[in-house]
Design a binder for this molecule. Sequence first.
Ligand code: NAD
Length: 499
Amino acid sequence: MVAKVKMLIDGQFIESSGETVTVVQNPATSEILAHTPQCTNAELLKAVQSAKEAFKSWREVPTPERARMFLKYQDLVKKNQDELAKLVSQENGKIFSDAQGDVWRGIEVIEHACNIPSLMMGETVENVARNIDTMSLVQPLGVCAGITPFNFPAMIPLWMFPLAIACGNTFVLKPSEQDPLTALRLGELFVEAGFPKGVLNIVHGAKPTVDFLLTNPDIKAISFVGSAPVAQYIYKTAAENKKRVQALAGAKNHMIVMPDASKNNVISALTGASCGAAGQRCMAISVAIFVGESKNWISDIQESMKQIQLGAWNDSSAMVGPVISEKAKLRINDLIATGQKEGAKLLVDGRNPSVPSCPKGHFVGPTLFTDVKPEMKIYQEEIFGPVLLTMTADTLEQAIEIINNNPFGNGTSIFTASGAAARKFTHSIDVGQVGVNIPIPVPLPFFSFTGWKNSFYGDLHAYGKEAIKFYTQTKTITSRWFDVVNSQTNGPNMTIRLG
Ligand code: NAD
């Protein structure tokens, strides 16, 4: 019998009594790994109540002590990083080195959370009026919730709960129902690190679980990462229910290739950025705009794509794994057919590739289109597969205009040897994450990560440096200290004890 993925509620790993399930499969083999339950409303309520109760005491834990607990958690996740990466590979399909990167990027966020005392410092101005000082305190919100996508089963949950919890909040996490096993293992390590019960709860399910979290009055803030239509729904519904919301959404990331760029770097960067992780990265490059004579390199990209070996995570020759599910594969294949019908030229067709070692895997091979026009569906929609669209432009200005007219704005990059071209591009491009001679410019957590336009909705303090502002609120206190009985006001840098 296939086991149901457990929930983490009030410090206990328990099985849901929900009867509807989503099948979790190894996408390379179709082996059934587990069943994700649709948790019942009573179970969801218990998780939120546990988080609400835990908040009362967790917010009182001194900030440096919270940081110390995250040091322990970081150590545990680091010690278990390869085991976690294996789990990521098995349930998500990405090759092992990609999965290791997924876990490592999450560890970096935990390390950022370990700096919480300095990240939560408020501000003070002495003598805003005669004998009156003003200070701001940075305080947690209460119960926060996170809803995560399938494509980074370790990193994206770790974008959310460590920072929220380090700030003094408690958390309810709903991982993707397609690959929730990594999140559960992260929860086991969290409990092992000694965090009190109820500080982190993990619940499961699809839309009904999300709707419960979006409407429950005890949840103060919602962090979401996923596709654009769902992000818009989350943004609207969470706001209607008077919650803070940050919704990181889909993408269509462009790379501009200037004729003065290093050809070899362009070919390897573009092949990797469009096909790596089977194109299932929100920062994958899915459109390349060749300026001027650089269009002659398209045939080299075509050759480079043909060299990519497909296979399962534990096949050491595999460079790219399967896509997440049969449904995702069929959707990508349909979009490739649509592109052909719309008049784009299919130079490399990745549909139904032969992968003899994985006959039941959900594989789509590298796919390359030329002659793509902005009005085509393959250009308008995020394909989220290893499909690269190419366009041409006569000038850098034209290429920038194409990108700025695209409704998404998650990531972009330029390959050039010209400082002037790079400066013009970085200054005028309407996109949140920008690379120069770097194909996937994902910043580390001590910088901000926010897409622009349709790649982001809600509060602009998303993952990274600014996330602390999302998970906290500022209390501003203006005081005339000499009227406070027993206060000690003798000198700068003092710790004032009023109790
Ligand atoms: P998805 O939107 O299908 O699912 C994301 C989450 O929303 C899951 O937990 C899912 O259970 C839930 N969900 C799905 N449909 C829902 C609905 N109708 N109502 C309420 N909740 C629903 O996304 P996905 O396919 O899991 O992930 C891929 C998408 O995520 C891509 O669009 C990718 O670009 C995006 N993504 C964005 C970023 C970013 O930083 N901007 C990062 C990673 C992934």
